[in-house]
Design a protein around this ligand. Structure first.
Ligand SMILES: C[S@@+](CC[C@H](N)C(=O)[O-])C[C@H]1O[C@@H](n2cnc3c(N)ncnc32)[C@H](O)[C@@H]1O
Length: 150
């Protein structure tokens, strides 16, 4: 499959917008790369506060961070690709892998099973568990839903 033209951002049944495929994707195929700015934890923390403050309306309540490793985050809020619209599912059709290309870390989603045209692309966010009150309800609607993202 060449390029990402078969991937479409569309209203999701899980949350707001989601990413869908218009073509069959075979198990094991690369689906999309999570593109954005790679920043350190300190910068990411500052940006999170800035985004949540709502000072810049276009970033308000944005949550387009992907943690690559202990020190680095991909921030897809200001500059990012379509992968930022991939929602969480407790029974996902993709898995996110951190791979190294020419010594640079990249996050790529691979199909964990065959994905049919019209299906929403999902992966398991694997968020850390949070205490009551900080929990985010999950709307993935899968049979094994854990009820919360975190
Ligand atoms: C990277 S965004 C995903 C794209 C998002 N749907 C949008 O339109 O911008 C991640 C946020 O989407 C929401 N989200 C993703 N999967 C979800 C799920 N299964 N249940 C509830 N909210 C979800 C959460 O608010 C999460 O912090």
């Amino acid at each position: 499959m060449k390029g990402w033209k078969h991937l479409v951002v569309y209203k999701s049944r899980i949350h707001a917008l989601g990413l869908y495929t218009s073509q069959f994707i075979p198990r094991g195929a690369m689906v999309v790369e999570y593109v954005g700015e790679i920043v350190g934890l300190r910068v990411a923390d500052k940006r999170e506060i800035e985004y949540q403050s709502g000072k810049k309306l276009q970033y308000k309540s944005a949550c387009y961070f992907f943690r690559i490793d202990k020190e680095h985050i991909i921030d897809a809020t200001r500059k990012g690709g379509i992968a930022r619209f991939v929602n969480h599912s407790c029974l996902p059709n993709c898995v996110a892998k951190v791979i190294s290309v020419k010594n640079e870390k990249k996050v790529v989603f691979f199909a964990e099973r065959d994905i049919n045209p019209g299906e929403e692309i999902t992966y398991d966010y694997h968020f850390n568990h949070e205490e009551e009150g900080k929990k985010i309800p999950c709307f993935c609607n899968s049979r094994n839903c854990r009820r919360y993202l975190n």
